[in-house]
Design a protein around this ligand. Structure first.
Ligand code: GLN
Length: 206
């Protein structure tokens, strides 16, 4: 089975490790370049993207991460992790850089600063039933490039229609937190992407 790392300098690390372990994956926290080298794929969790960026720089992980992502390592960003993978941010702090790779523009804290979190069911491309999505000070995707596949949009409410999950080649991202709760289908889709280079078996019962 593949080794999948979880960026572990900051954020929602433990829940992702648990979801991956449940799926029989060899899951490791990644804090150093040597740990990144062992990984066939990587999850960048939710947390605070400005802090993640600064810590990645401080721990000499930023450039190795950029190289691996540009080199095709399957990478899945959730919430702050989506921001880290985006080529463009609106509403970022002036000195905020991203790892990049996804040809998308994200808006940080897009659902409104006063709205800390909300939840809702949404349809997710390739999955049979709806996903219960938990959003916590989440970004949304304002613009996607031609190579980007939209996997999910908000179903209802003031943000209805907003793009909240995407894929482009070996990169995947969700605005919401699939590691919350016990539904591991989205993690399984990512494990399939790492194992086979595609998410072909998404939604199949196992
Ligand atoms: N608001 C955070 C950021 O901009 C993301 C929140 C999260 O990951 N839950 O980085």
């Amino acid at each position: 089975s593949p080794t999948i790392g979880v960026f572990a300098l900051q954020g929602d690390v433990r829940e992702h490790l648990r979801a991956l372990t449940t799926l029989g994956v060899d899951a490791i926290g990644v804090r150093r370049p040597e740990e990144l080298e062992r990984c066939h794929g990587l999850i960048i969790p939710g947390g605070e993207s400005t802090t993640m960026f600064k810590l990645a720089r401080a721990f000499d992980l930023f450039e190795p991460l950029q190289k691996r992502i540009a080199g095709g390592m399957p990478t899945f960003g959730t919430c702050a992790g989506m921001i880290m993978l985006a080529d463009r941010i609106v509403d970022g702090t002036s000195d905020q850089e991203t790892l990049g790779g996804l040809d998308i523009t994200v808006r940080r804290n897009a659902f409104g600063r006063q709205v800390d979190s909300f939840e809702g069911d949404l349809a997710f491309e390739g999955l049979d039933g709806p996903v219960h999505a938990v959003f916590i000070r989440a970004p949304w995707v304002e613009q996607v490039g031609a190579e980007v596949e939209v996997l999910a949009r908000v179903a209802s409410g003031p943000a209805a229609g907003r793009i909240v999950a995407v894929r482009q080649g070996s990169l995947m991202a969700t605005s919401f937190h699939p590691e919350v709760g016990s539904d591991t289908r989205i993690h399984q889709a990512f494990v399939d992407l790492v194992s086979t280079g595609d998410t072909v078996v998404v939604g199949k019962e196992r």
